[in-house]
Design a protein around this ligand. Structure first.
Ligand code: ZN
Length: 146
């Protein structure tokens, strides 16, 4: 993948996470590292070249960058994949597997736009954080009907 493509796809993690709503991304973007007690934030999985914090430990294909997204794999969704997905569904009502299927269906560009809109604060237009359940700009909680 070339640099331009990496930048374009940056907030679409190989695992199906939208990095734009991630706590580690937002504390850096909003300059809140110290205030929230973080040593470092994250610029997004792809730019950071980590190739998936969640999955790289047990997935060689992600680690070696043989695939750009989990859905490109014959074993998708594999056991490790499903375990992480279950946690996020339970905790945040957010499914990486659904996201990945959606990316496959409409393409990464359109999906990123969808996610951007989905995680935009209805009160101030700021960035909503899935992990902290709040807007990082106005501090209002994410409404439950989401
Ligand atoms: Zn807001």
């Amino acid at each position: 993948m070339n640099e331009k493509k990496i930048k374009e796809m940056n907030l679409a993690a190989p695992c199906g996470m939208y990095c734009g709503t991630c706590r580690h991304y937002l504390v850096l973007k909003k300059n809140l590292l110290e205030e929230r007690g973080f040593k470092r934030g994250c610029e997004g999985c792809r730019v950071r070249n980590k190739n998936c914090t969640f999955l790289r430990k047990f997935c060689a294909k992600i680690r070696k960058r043989e695939i750009d997204f989990c859905f490109e794999c014959d074993e998708f969704p594999c056991e490790g994949r499903k375990r992480i997905d279950d946690i996020y569904i339970e905790r945040y009502n957010y499914s990486f597997v659904d996201n990945l299927n959606r990316i496959k269906e409409i393409g990464v560009k359109k999906w990123l736009k969808e996610q951007e809109d989905m995680w935009k604060c209805p009160h101030c237009g700021g960035n909503l954080c899935i992990h902290d359940n709040e807007c990082y700009d106005c501090g209002k909680p994410i409404s439950n009907d989401k």
